[in-house]
Write a protein that binds this ligand. Structure first.
Ligand code: FAD
Length: 460
């Protein structure tokens, strides 16, 4: 009987434990991606980027004699239908850790097993599964550095080789056409503009990793914070869809470290930040939706408002913030230092709830990762685990002077015309519009207002 391989955030052939296990059984394998109740909730850019990823892995599977089946519906219902149609007795997948995905998967596994089927899941998405990293007292980690220390010397096992062929069933079940899913539907912005900036698929991911290790990792420590430099790996987009495994990146980083490349350890640490985000999302699922520290619930953050809209549109009058918001809109990505800056600005100078910002990122990032995004926002807002203290308010101008000393980043995004091709018509902005010359909020006043609110909170 064939094996159903339920594909999710693991759009790769190399180092894919569920797929490799299925192939090793010597039985036909039917790979399926389901546009299900969880994926339906994703934002516009993540869905659009998913469509590109599915196109790419579909081609890779075809090259090894297989076919990616696409179905839409509730995951369990679709899997049951496919079991009925194909006579499959086994369903396999790679595990995920964020609550909506995990609850779905647990329920699917139970129901399939109750129906007498074999349901098996594998570790693939993170380096260290959340329940395998425990503190001395048996709990989970709330602080990054001890988490890092407890995992840095662990053996992550070898990366698995991609199968050279995947046995096909006698007949393929029916599949939706990817185009019919219309995954770009919600992209109000010009998708063709963003398309110039994405690197889709397994091969693109592997060559990115190779180029990063060969040319950039040695200077990563100093270059990674410079806004105008291409000093980082750019792999987050591929990691979130599983177009490359964290383990492949880990091994490449370890080898670079052994070769004496200076920035290699920092790169490994960043990969472990990604694991830490999933660790937290697993052990404290409310990280994704609510203040991680509930004593922030009473803080007078505003909900969505006009100033937040100006922030989204890159019209705050603070050059570095506006540059970063435009980078996001044009490329679907934003430099990490800039993410910290714009998040601090929104939650402090504009006193707007981090969820407003996190939602915008979830709608516009091509590397959106529910755990890293929520952790990053709560870190910046002060409400998260191991967060930056609220009273440490980034001054965007000082940050810009330090990390964009010759203003190359600010100038680039100020001049970049593709922003105007990307924005929706409803924004009613044109290249010859008068630039926002005066900050919508004076930096000193905004800072003081945030500090006053913080002082009052602590006094209560
Ligand atoms: P590199 O510097 O090359 O790092 C290598 C990998 O390590 C990254 O690809 C990423 O997977 C991981 N990593 C690096 N920094 C972090 C971090 N701070 N937290 C978690 N993982 C990290 N990252 C996302 O992948 N998706 C998000 O939705 C996301 N939202 C963020 C929101 C805010 C407010 C902040 C402050 C950070 C957010 N990050 C997010 C983390 C970080 O900004 C990006 O991972 C990074 O910019 C990606 O660029 P890179 O691949 O070149 O990273």
């Amino acid at each position: 009987a064939p094996i159903l391989y339920w594909m999710r955030r693991d759009l790769r052939l190399t180092d894919n434990p569920a797929l490799c296990w299925a192939v090793d059984q010597g039985r036909p394998v039917i790979p399926v991606f389901i546009l299900d109740e969880v994926v339906e909730t994703w934002g516009a850019a993540p869905k659009w980027r998913l469509g590109l990823g599915l196109g790419s892995i579909g081609e890779s599977l075809a090259a090894v004699g297989s076919t990616l089946i696409l179905r839409r519906g509730k995951a369990l219902d679709v899997l049951r239908e496919l079991v009925d149609e194909t006579g499959a007795e086994t369903v396999v997948w790679n595990r995920l850790y964020v609550e909506d995905e995990r609850l779905r998967d647990t329920s699917v596994k139970e129901h399939l097993r109750d129906a007498g089927l074999e349901a098996k899941s594998f570790q693939a998405h993170v380096l260290f599964e959340p329940w395998t990293v425990v503190t001395g007292t048996g709990g989970y980690y709330k602080v990054y550095t001890p988490f890092w220390k407890s995992v840095r010397d662990r053996d992550v096992g070898p990366a698995l080789t991609a199968p050279s062929s995947v046995a096909a069933p006698d007949a393929w079940p029916g599949s939706d056409a990817l185009d019919d899913w219309d995954l770009s539907q919600a992209m109000r912005r010009g998708a063709e503009v963003v398309a110039d900036h994405v690197h889709v698929g397994e091969q693109a991911a592997q060559s990115r990793l190779g180029a990063f290790i060969a040319h950039r990792i040695a200077d990563y420590d100093s270059a990674r914070d410079m806004l105008a430099e291409d000093g980082t790996s750019g792999l987050s987009e591929n990691l979130t869809y599983g177009e490359i495994s964290a383990r492949s990146c880990w091994h490449a980083g370890r080898r670079a470290m052994e070769d004496g490349k200076a920035g290699a350890e920092t790169f490994l640490k960043e990969l472990v930040w990604r694991d830490f985000a999933h660790h937290l999302a697993y052990h404290t699922p409310h990280l994704i939706r609510e203040n991680w520290k509930s004593d922030w619930d009473a803080f007078p953050w505003k909900g969505d408002n006009d100033l937040a809209e100006a922030w989204r549109r890159g019209r705050t009058g603070i050059d570095v913030v506006d540059a970063a918001m435009r980078e996001l809109y044009v490329t679907g990505r934003m430099h990490n230092r800039a993410r910290m800056l714009v998040a601090s600005y929104l939650t402090k100078h504009l006193m707007t709830h981090w969820k407003v910002g996190a939602d915008w990122f979830a709608d516009t990032l091509v590397d959106w990762d529910p755990a890293s995004n929520a952790m990053g926002w709560q870190w910046a807002a002060g409400s998260g685990p191991d967060a930056s203290p609220f009273f440490r308010i980034f001054n965007p101008d000082t940050q810009a002077a330090k990390f964009d000393p010759d203003a190359a980043y600010r100038k680039r995004w100020k001049r970049d015309r593709s922003f105007y091709a990307a924005i929706p018509r409803s924004w009613d902005m044109a290249p010859d519009d008068r630039p926002v010359l005066h900050p919508i909020v004076d930096l000193a006043e905004g800072r003081q207002r945030a500090l006053d609110a913080y002082g009052q909170r602590n006094a209560e």
